[in-house]
Design a protein around this ligand. Structure first.
Ligand code: XMP
Length: 498
């Protein structure tokens, strides 16, 4: 919906009727889900959505529960339909008229993506069938009078070729929503809200160089300028040139007030002799908070702490709290700050998805390269140097990693991988270079393709490309004599090595 320029929110199925009414939606979509309405206690749509007098679109499970709740019948299908299917349109409707991938015997045919076991077997009163597949007599249904529609297929996936057109039909023509959710409008709206919330107070932001905190910084700089102070903790485990780059973009480019805290020694000292991955993460996290907190206490009159929380973080935490979400990933913010800091929180991006955050970042003048960067973990190179972290290892790793990324960009592969980086292995292996024997360290290259980072495939990078990277690393990074490529998927391996 948001891609189509219409604001929407995602709420859990057991939201109260009062909350449904208070939201004042112009339309409602009941989403798909892995449950079955034939279970003992299936999730149900809040009754209020049927009484809003607003159009309704049920997708897959959403259509099934809608059918059942409105008096139809759903049965566990004997045949599961999964993947590509051909839908034959059988009746005119505001939802599907004029949409077709082909026309056969005068009827429109749509190529869609299906994923269901159950199917609607009897329509609720007031509905008629719009389309069918081999396995689903009611692949789409409608009650035009009330503006209620159901589709068994998934319009939201790219494999359903007319999917976006179906959604657009629903939101624009049936719900009558205009495309007002545009980047320019979003920014204006965010700025107005930040100003109203903050007033004349001072705001503190932990800047990490990651996309979310960077976009918050750029936004707050535009909204409240001199009332913003950013703290950038350089823990010595950043990528090559990253610290200077952050300063260049924010302090010089955007004229933001940025305090750069050089804390490499502090982090290295705290990490000395520690090789357990979890212990390392905890130490880095704790040091980070201490440094940040020291800075915060030293500043006068800070009223707000800004955070780069985005919408998926909010949805996931809601799922964690209620135990309802099926996809749960722990996320990491400047959490764990002691409560006695007494700041109010300001999270201007908490209603936005990652792609919106990125588009806003570019619009606010952040470099494309920064905004479309691969994710980088909070503990930085600390979890990419296996075992004990040493400054000299970090130096080798930074240089090897930089070569890998530079070549990925040069070969136009960077944006085709979801995340890529080098890992330092503190084992030495024998090599030979210029007739001399070497006994040096190993660098592993990791590159993955993934949508959600919960599962991932290793990227099938071309051999010729890997050859270029390997040669450059061994030639240009003294101390490294061997380069290997990680061909493990997730699961069983995680993306990071620690
Ligand atoms: P794993 O290694 O669990 O990583 O497959 C999944 C994604 O999460 C990132 N990651 C982290 N991000 N702090 C972060 O901010 C962390 O401690 C952390 N650990 C892993 C990882 O880079 C990948 O994108």
């Amino acid at each position: 919906m948001r891609e189509l320029g219409v604001y929407c929110e995602i709420h859990p199925w057991d939201i109260s009727d009062a909350e449904v009414r208070a939201f004042g939606a112009r339309g409602v979509i009941l989403s798909g889900g892995p449950e079955s309405v034939t279970d003992a206690t299936p999730p149900k749509a809040p009754e209020a959505v049927f009484a809003l007098e607003a159009p309704l679109l049920g997708i897959c499970y959403g259509m099934q529960t809608m059918a059942q709740q409105l008096g139809g019948r759903v049965a566990a299908g004997a045949v599961r339909e999964f993947g590509y299917a051909e839908v034959q349109v059988s009746a005119p409707s505001r939802l599907l008229d004029g949409l077709a991938d082909r026309v056969r015997e005068g009827a429109a045919v749509l190529d869609v993506w299906m994923s269901h076991g159950d199917r609607v077997e009897a329509l609720p009163p007031g509905f008629h069938s719009l389309a069918s597949t081999h396995n689903a007599p009611f692949a789409a249904m409608a009650d035009e009078r009330r503006g209620f529609y159901g589709v068994q297929f998934h319009p939201e996936v790219t494999h359903t070729r007319q999917g976006t057109a179906v959604l657009e039909r629903f939101v624009r023509e049936i719900c009558g929503c205009e495309a007002r959710w545009t980047v320019g409008n979003i920014i204006e709206d965010l700025i107005a809200r930040v100003r109203a919330q903050v007033g004349s107070a001072q705001v503190l932001l932990g800047l990490s160089g990651g996309v979310d905190s960077s976009v918050v910084a750029a936004l707050l700089q535009r909204a409240i300028g001199q009332q913003l102070t950013c703290v950038f903790v350089d823990h010595g485990l950043l990528r090559l040139g990253e610290g200077d780059q952050v300063m260049q973009i924010f302090a010089s480019g955007l004229s933001a007030r940025v305090i750069r805290v050089q804390a490499e020694d502090r982090f290295m000292n705290a990490l000395r002799g520690v090789s357990d991955p979890e212990a390392k993460r905890k130490i880095i996290g704790r040091q980070f908070i201490e440094v940040f907190e020291n800075q915060a206490r030293a500043l006068e009159g800070i009223g707000f702490l800004a955070q780069g929380t985005i919408y998926p973080d909010v949805i996931e935490s809601a799922g964690v709290r209620s135990g309802k979400a099926h996809v749960i990933k722990s996320h990491h913010n400047v959490g764990g700050l002691p409560p006695d800091l007494k700041f109010k929180l300001i999270e201007p991006l908490r209603e936005l998805f990652k792609d919106e955050v990125r588009r806003i970042g570019v619009e606010l003048g952040l470099p494309h390269e920064l905004v479309y960067r691969h994710p980088f973990p909070g503990p930085g190179l600390g979890v990419r140097i296996l075992g004990e972290v040493k400054a000299e290892y970090a130096e080798l790793l930074r240089r090897a990693d930089h070569i890998f990324i530079e070549e990925l960009r040069r070969h136009d592969l960077y944006e085709r991988t979801s995340q890529a980086f080098a890992v330092f292995l503190p084992v030495r292996s024998v090599g030979v270079m210029g007739d001399a024997r070497r006994y040096d360290y190993v660098i592993a290259l990791r590159a993955v393709e993934t949508i959600d980072f919960m599962t991932a495939h290793w990227a099938h990078l071309p051999y010729e490309f890997l050859d270029v990277v390997s040669r450059r690393i061994v030639n240009e990074v003294p101390g490294v004599s061997r380069v290997v490529y990680d061909i493990s998927g997730k699961p069983p391996a995680t993306i990071e090595w620690e």
